[in-house]
Write a protein that binds this ligand. Structure first.
Ligand SMILES: [Cu+2]
Length: 119
């Protein structure tokens, strides 16, 4: 089978379009980073390993409510947290290596004092 000149040119054009599409996909790094809103209660803070364990509410489209440990890269933010704190945070997930971490942690309701022991 002998390919006509027109066929070869169309084939080459197709390859160029494909290469351009792949280049665009490679440039868009944000697609690897998923962002969710997390809400939950601090269970424990592991400062030495930069982690916090949270009883978090369901995260629509990502996971059910559960107890889970997350990395907090901001050490200053981490050291402010105490068990019992109600927090809201940004949860980031790198879809390439499944790295997850919390950012911009807001304490919406600090742990109630020992005086109010009634549930
Ligand atoms: Cu979880």
């Amino acid at each position: 089978m002998k390919w006509s000149r027109a066929t070869l040119i169309n084939f080459a054009k197709g390859l160029l379009l494909l290469a351009a599409a792949l280049a665009l996909a490679g440039c868009n790094r944000n697609r690897e980073l998923q962002h969710y809103k997390l809400q939950g209660t601090v269970v424990s803070v592991e400062k030495n390993v930069h982690e916090v364990t949270v009883n978090h509410k369901a995260i629509p489209g990502f996971m059910a409510a559960m107890r889970m440990t997350y990395v907090v890269k901001d050490q200053a933010a981490l050291s402010k947290l105490k068990p019992g704190d109600e927090i809201k945070a940004d949860l980031f997930v790198n879809r390439k290596n499944y790295d997850t971490w919390l950012e911009d942690i807001q304490v919406s309701q600090a742990r109630s004092g020992a005086s109010s022991s009634t549930p």
